[in-house]
Design a protein around this ligand. Structure first.
Ligand code: SF4
Length: 282
């Protein structure tokens, strides 16, 4: 059955409460790709909102945390929050499902630093607490929210307050972190969806889903260091002529050893001052 269902087929689990979470995890751990769709901004459903739960009367974060860890470690599960099923078409074994995804107004680069919350003024009823208390318009859905990402209430979108929050973030980067931002030279990211620039190099966090080793993406989380094409071009410009390596006729009658000894950081030094061991020539 596993083989029949694998291939391009994907299991859709609607609802990211404890039942949906368990179903998605069990299916994914049996080898099936799963899409887990949740209408709230976080997973855990009603259990996440409880104080204690049966049978051991532990706090919900205790049991949920284990499942969230399993989720994080399973590349076969795609999590879609703030999404609702709009249409289901097809037949058993071949469904096509349309989702409506409500905006979070915060992308996956959020590190949950809380700056936007500190800068927000407007308060809205807290959906996590059934509207019984107020939260800032920029808020974390709850303390143990998974995914750990803020949401912006639609009430402030397009208002002056949203602009003020953005300005406060820019000020924090400038005044507290002493970062001079240059669109050209600096790109600040979490290096997952875009490369971070540092000293002319590009740093990326590899995120591949093709190669799976022992159930995990082989390159997931590995740090990549790249020299951008523009840097290579600038460095090699003085050796190029009309887009091709220039002929340096003055070096034609000099042997490789002498060329090596007279270029690069050791320019002008004799070969005996380099860290290279004695060559066969010596
Ligand atoms: S959205 Fe808010 S909490 Fe998230 S990184 Fe931006 S400022 Fe920090």
């Amino acid at each position: 059955m596993a083989e029949a269902l694998n291939g391009n087929r994907r299991i859709l689990v609607v609802g990211g409460g404890i039942a949906g979470l368990s179903a998605a995890l069990e299916a994914a751990e049996a080898g099936f790709p799963v899409s887990l769709v949740e209408k709230e901004a976080y997973l855990g459903g009603r259990v996440a909102r409880m104080n204690k739960y049966f049978p051991k009367l532990c706090p919900p974060n205790c049991g949920l945390e284990i499942n969230f860890r399993r989720l994080k470690n399973n590349p076969l599960i795609q999590i879609v929050t703030l999404a609702e099923v709009e249409k289901v078409e097809g037949e058993a074994g071949n469904f096509e499902v349309s989702l409506r995804i409500n905006p979070r107004y915060v992308n996956e680069k959020c590190t949950a630093c809380g700056l936007c919350e500190a800068a927000a003024i407007t308060e809205v009823p807290d959906p996590f607490n059934y509207g019984l208390k107020q939260v800032k318009a920029a808020h974390l859905p709850h303390e143990f929210a998974f995914p750990l990402r803020y949401v912006l209430a639609p009430e402030v979108i397009g208002t002056n307050e949203a602009e003020q929050i953005k300005a406060r973030l820019a000020q924090f980067l400038r005044d507290d972190l002493k970062l001079e931002l240059s669109e050209e030279k600096t790109l600040i990211t979490h290096a997952r969806t875009g490369a971070a620039r540092f000293l002319g190099y590009e740093i990326t966090v590899q995120h591949g889903s093709r190669k799976i080793v022992r159930g995990r993406r082989a390159v997931n989380g590995s740090i990549g260091l790249r020299v951008p094409r523009s840097v290579i071009k600038a460095k090699s410009a003085r050796y190029m002529q009309r887009g091709k390596p220039a002929r340096r006729t003055q070096l034609m009658n000099i042997d490789d050893h002498d060329i090596m000894a007279s270029t690069g950081p050791s320019t002008g030094a004799s070969s005996s001052t380099t860290c290279w061991p004695a060559t066969s020539r010596d």
